[in-house]
Design a protein around this ligand. Structure first.
Ligand code: AMP
Length: 508
């Protein structure tokens, strides 16, 4: 099916001829959508886009709540030769204005309640068509889809043509549009589907947002790639996930999903027939990994990736899933740890900047040739900006973001090392260590700590706890106890926000 469109061919292969097989169970196994219906709708969505004047390479931007029609729009855009551009639903109209101005999409799809406010924003960015998805209503994209005849012939797309642009989360500066090719998406989905043993009997619980690489490309493309099913939930909901587990086989989540699910007394029973729990997008605490194994008998499989590269490493399906590591390079992906200044490859066991290369890596930043040249080497190695270490067995450990490295009095402090010591102290649930301005040292170490439920905790106890365990320059100069760490929608701790909040705590 779809022989001439590289990505569509890859993700439709497993469902070819299986029209009645279920692709999506909407909410708690109600209203299932078959593969036949999904592909027919995606084709008509493609026809509707072409009727709006879409030509190959045109961007289709969308900022809307998660629903099945949005996946049809994603695949329809690919079939029509367009470039899918999903936007985080949390973005404000100012932020949307930047993205639309930068990406200049032909079509922008937004939530009905945002239409009035975003219409002038989109118009001033020169967007030709502003619509909502909106099932059953006039003038919406779904209405335009339903007016089309079936049988759209996909536009020819080659491996190196663009299929999507995803803006990076921008936790370290202005958001950049990562250009993802048909080959990058197809190859990574195929690799993950094989590596994690997905087949057409799998039922994945899909609770992740679909504006991000995790929910859109890992979860959705892997399901399409294996021809399996997904329980399509609008977002994280512990009740809905627990209810879906007995009929499901796999869950993909960010670490906070797992910490929240662990609080549910029904977890052990509900998870009995599941075969796989995948975590990523932010570091999974060793404590969460261990607790999950105790409660469910399953070792969470942690993987590592980013918007620019899709997934790079994964703990093995059969072998040792090592807590605190992100596993081994995926087949077809090369990794190395380099000196941040010279770029020279460092020996095993040393900490440096992780670089990755493979078909999974993006084609560059949209209209930012200078940024692209800074981060993507001509020989294909991408400088991730993550600090990492590779051990003798090839397992990769992420030590933090390069930008999070603290330099205090000329000494380097890797936050993760300090966090690990604090997290081991009695009564500590988790911690985040940041560098903030310090008169003498340039930066000083500050720890922000969350106590375990019911535990009492104070600054002096933490200071005393780390005293014999860390060199003096690594020890926090202040400890701040909070109820929870600031996180973005993907569960990432927002150290940039914390650096602002606590900017003055070391000022005298
Ligand atoms: P994003 O582009 O929003 O997906 O963010 C990618 C970043 O998330 C990576 O560069 C890492 O810093 C972080 N990340 C993703 N997965 C993991 C993981 N399993 N452990 C630690 N950090 C991770």
């Amino acid at each position: 099916m779809y022989d001439d469109n590289y990505l569509a061919r890859a993700i439709s292969r497993a469902s070819d001829g299986r029209h009645d097989a279920i692709f999506l169970f909407d909410q708690q196994m109600g209203r299932p959508q078959s593969y036949g219906a999904f592909w027919a709708n995606a084709e008509r969505m493609a026809a509707a886009l072409v009727a709006l004047g879409l030509v190959p390479g045109d961007r289709v931007a969308v900022q809307a709540p998660k629903e099945i029609a949005m996946l049809e729009l994603y695949v329809g855009t690919v079939l029509a030769g367009g470039v899918f551009l999903p936007l985080n639903t949390a973005y404000t109209s100012d932020e949307v204005s930047y993205f639309l101005g930068d990406a200049t999409p032909r079509v922008f799809v937004c939530a009905p309640e945002a239409l009035e406010a975003l219409t002038p924003v989109a118009q001033s960015a020169g967007v030709a068509h502003i619509l909502t998805l909106g099932a059953g209503e006039q003038g919406t994209l779904v209405a335009a889809r339903d007016a089309q005849a079936s049988g759209f012939t996909p536009i020819t797309r080659d491996p190196l043509d663009l299929a999507a642009i995803l803006y990076t989360s921008g936790t370290t500066g202005r958001s950049k549009g990562a250009m993802l090719t048909h080959r990058a998406l197809a190859s990574n989905s195929e690799t993950l589907s094989d590596y994690w043993r997905f087949t057409d009997t799998d039922v994945l619980i899909h609770a992740l947002p679909i504006f991000h690489t995790h929910g859109l490309f890992v979860a959705t493309n892997v399901t399409l790639m294996c021809g399996g099913s997904a329980v399509f939930l609008p977002g994280f909901d512990a009740d809905a996930i627990i209810a879906a587990m007995p009929q499901a086989t796999a869950l993909m989540g960010v670490p906070t999903y797992y910490t929240r699910l662990l609080k549910d007394p029904r977890l052990a029973d509900a998870s009995k027939n599941m075969r796989l729990f995948v975590s990523g997008s932010a570091p999974l605490l060793t404590e969460t990994h261990d607790r999950w194994r105790e409660v469910t008998g399953h070792a969470i499989l942690e993987r590592y990736g980013m918007t620019e590269t899709n997934m790079n490493t994964s703990n093995p399906y059969d072998g040792d899933r090592r807590a605190g590591t992100v596993g081994l390079p995926l087949p077809g992906v090369e990794v190395k740890v380099c000196d941040p200044d010279t770029g020279a490859t460092l020996p095993e066991g040393e900490i440096g900047v992780l670089e990755v290369r493979g078909d999974n890596v993006f084609a560059g930043y949209w209209q930012m040739p200078d940024k692209t040249a800074e981060e993507l080497r001509p020989d294909g190695w991408f400088i991730t900006g993550d600090l990492a270490m590779i051990d003798a067995d090839g397992y990769v450990t992420i030590v933090g973001r390069g930008k999070d490295l603290i330099i205090t009095g000329g000494f380097n402090v890797y936050p993760k090392e300090v966090e690990a010591v604090i997290d081991d102290l009695p009564g500590v649930l988790e911690s985040a260590v940041i560098g903030v301005p310090h008169e003498d040292f340039g930066e000083g170490v500050v720890a922000v700590v969350v106590a375990q439920p019911g535990a009492s905790m104070d600054e002096a106890a933490i200071m005393a706890g780390v005293a014999g365990k860390l060199a003096k320059f690594k020890q926090p100069k202040r400890v701040i106890i909070v109820d929870e760490l600031p996180r973005n929608t993907m569960g990432k701790v927002q150290k940039n926000v914390m650096r602002q909040t606590y900017a003055d705590v070391l000022k005298t």
